[in-house]
Design a protein. Structure first.
Length: 389
């Protein structure tokens, strides 16, 4: 089993020092959470007309920033940290890490400016730069098991390029093709990482748990997600796509059940990951229904983004931040509050419009406030943890 968390000893009391640029998880977890908590302001500013020159606007800006801004930042922080543990080789820190974070910040600013080409170059450059930064230590250590993460980062860059070239009128692609590719890549990342860490964390953190990884279930679950990605690339829809999504949903539900989620109720650092992974079968079920035109595709997308990604991100950020800074792996009131706020935000965003379609605006507003509050609590609680030793 690959090492995912390497415990560090904090400095003795009274000797705290600034440490934001010491390892990838520190700036990117902090910046991503702050951005998530403030991003609702971007919506408000656009709605009231204070950002009329923004290069990306409305739902496209929201989708782009939640996927290629927020989610990609968290993935970057995780990979640059885990990559060092996987390879035993250093990943960017100090000035190089600060420069990488500055590139990410520039991308967030430029999509709200009128400079479309510059925004495109900067945003596409970010995942490519991260891919190189991760590839160097992995190749040096011959850590072939994790090479595919480099490829996934390149795919994220290509997905962003598709979004920007379409927005700039250079290419005419199917609507939101780049966003769909990016979401599929993140679905695959969640399935891979969930399979690696959730059973391990369950067995390590829950007495008596016997979370199992059954080889054929693991391979089938990941293989079906890859089939789903190919089907999306071919613009498949209708009954055949619904059948594929339903089959994929069933296998992932079996996978999740084998991890014994019912035993984790007294361990928030573990149950939050189980809850997040449960949203993947929910997402796949919604994808099947959307293919039959029974629900809006937006419902399925938010089951993945607000539910699975939001839950997995907050669960992994709290756990790895505590572990990598030498603190006890125990969730207190701030952590549980984050989990609850973000979990309820997902339920509101996905299920309230299904139950009462006329309340879609209220669902968007309420879920946005809850989401922002959850990540604001994380930012407040973890600023001293992530920025100092």
């Amino acid at each position: 089993m690959a090492i995912l968390i390497q415990i560090q000893n904090p400095s003795p009391r009274g000797q705290a020092r600034f440490a934001l640029w010491e390892l990838g998880f520190r700036p990117f977890y902090l910046f991503a959470s702050a951005f998530a908590s403030l991003s609702i302001l971007g919506w408000v500013l656009q709605f009231i007309g204070l950002l009329p020159v923004a290069y990306l606007q409305g739902p496209l800006w929201h989708a782009h920033e939640m996927l290629f801004g927020f989610t990609l930042a968290v993935l970057t922080g995780f990979l640059l940290t885990a990559g060092q543990n996987w390879s035993g080789q250093p990943t960017p820190k100090g000035g190089r890490l600060a420069a990488l974070a500055a590139l990410w910040v520039a991308g967030r600013v430029l999509v709200l400016s009128p400079w479309g080409w510059l925004a495109a170059v900067v945003n596409v450059a970010f995942p490519l730069t991260v891919a190189v930064a991760l590839a160097i230590p992995l190749v040096k250590a011959h850590n072939r098991r994790n090479y595919f993460f480099v490829g996934l980062l390149v795919l994220m860059a290509l997905a962003q390029l598709a979004v920007h070239l379409n927005a700039l009128g250079v290419l005419r692609l199917p609507a939101w093709a780049g966003i769909a590719l990016g979401l599929d890549v993140m679905l695959f990342v969640l399935c891979v990482m969930g399979g690696r860490v959730i059973p391990m964390f369950t067995n390590n953190g829950v007495p008596g748990a016997k979370a199992a990884r059954v080889a054929w279930v693991e391979k089938t679950a990941l293989g079906l997600v890859l089939c789903l990605i190919v089907a999306d690339a071919l613009q498949a829809t209708g009954e055949w796509f619904a059948l594929l999504a339903t089959l994929t949903m069933a296998v992932h539900l079996v996978r999740w059940w084998l991890w014994q989620p019912w035993k984790t109720g007294h361990t928030p650092l573990v149950w939050v990951l189980h809850l997040a992974y449960f949203w993947i079968p929910v997402h796949l079920a919604m994808r099947a229904m959307a293919a039959m035109s029974w629900v809006s595709p937006s419902i399925a997308h938010h089951a993945l983004t607000a539910g699975a990604i939001g839950g997995m991100v907050i669960g992994m950020m709290t756990r790895t931040s505590l572990g990598h800074t030498g603190r006890k792996l125990q969730a207190g009131l701030p952590e549980v509050s984050c989990y609850a706020l973000i979990g309820v935000a997902a339920v509101v965003r996905v299920f309230l419009p299904l139950l009462i379609p006329s309340w879609i605006s209220a669902a968007v507003l309420l879920s946005g406030i809850l989401w922002s509050a959850g990540f604001a609590v994380f930012t407040w609680r973890y600023w001293p943890i992530l920025s100092r030793i």
